[in-house]
Design a protein around this ligand. Structure first.
Ligand code: NAP
Length: 242
């Protein structure tokens, strides 16, 4: 049995720690960030080259099962893995951490809709945590943005009034409250990434009376098997042996 673990998340690293060295795993990272946090065990880095490339790679590397522990918004990779595993008849599991559900959040279906809400509601000081690729829809806004990202977005895609805060979680409640207050934020715009590492901003925003615009997750491909925790994913892998 040889398992491909699609990663780029804390959950994927935790699962690699659970499985290695008892199971033959290889973790895969997209290679987006220059200094990624690496999981234990063997790691490959870079895209596969679409559906055809993934199909080829799985065959070349004798993979017998795939656990997709990518970020809930990594929908292209998730779709490719679901399609290829179905075609090849490989056991396939998605590990997707539970979504957040903060009371009173304005729910939207995309970053474009989120930008529309910011414009319609005349928010003026925005804390934007939609990631490097989620900045573009806000580029024509005249609000001021505090843009927190791991790697800087392209400068020509950013709104004219902004400050970039380069950092990587986890973040604590007190620090998030201070950040919101010090920057006189009136709305938090975030993807529904879920997980505890970056959750403190939601309670901080709620307690500070700041609006939350929450971008809903893309749906999982139809028919995939999904679990919400690392322990459940490890149990699924253990069950493959029987
Ligand atoms: P995506 O849009 O679903 O994927 C775009 C392409 O990147 C895929 O088609 C694939 O290229 C490659 N790719 C993505 N994940 C890969 C992986 N684990 N191993 C090898 N290739 C991968 O993904 P994304 O949203 O850009 O995310 C990229 C990575 O960052 C993922 O590993 C994800 O877990 C992590 N991440 C994403 C977010 C987010 O908000 N989207 C946040 C935190 C971390 P090919 O078609 O060439 O195979």
């Amino acid at each position: 049995m040889r398992i491909l673990l699609l990663g780029g998340t804390g959950e994927a690293r935790a699962l690699a720690t659970e499985l290695h060295p008892d199971y033959d795993i290889v973790s895969s990272l997209a290679g987006r960030v220059p200094d990624p946090a690496l999981p234990v065990g063997p790691v490959r880095i870079g895209g596969f080259g679409g559906v055809a490339g993934l199909r080829q790679w799985l065959g070349d590397n004798d993979i017998t099962a795939v656990v997709d522990a990518t970020h809930p918004f990594a929908s292209t990779m998730t779709a490719h893995a679901a399609q290829v595993c179905a075609e090849l008849g490989l056991p396939h599991l998605v590990l997707s951490r539970p979504a957040w559900d903060p009371a009173g959040a304005i729910r939207v279906g995309s970053d474009i809709e989120a930008a529309q809400v910011v414009a319609d509601q005349h928010y003026s000081r925005v804390f934007l945590t939609t990631g490097r690729s989620g900045v573009r829809p806000f580029m024509s806004s005249h609000a001021w943005f505090l843009i927190r990202v791991v790697t800087p977005p392209d400068t020509d895609l950013m709104p004219c009034n902004h400050e970039v805060l380069l950092s990587r979680g986890p973040y604590g409640y007190a620090d998030e409250c201070a950040l919101l207050r010090d920057n006189r934020i009136d709305v938090l715009v975030t993807k529904n990434s879920g997980g505890e590492l970056t959750e403190a901003k939601l309670k901080a925003a709620t307690d500070c009376g700041i609006s939350i615009v929450m971008i809903d997750r893309p749906p999982l491909p139809a028919g995939v098997m999904a679990v919400g925790t690392v322990d459940e994913a490890a149990a699924w892998v253990a069950g493959l042996e029987s």
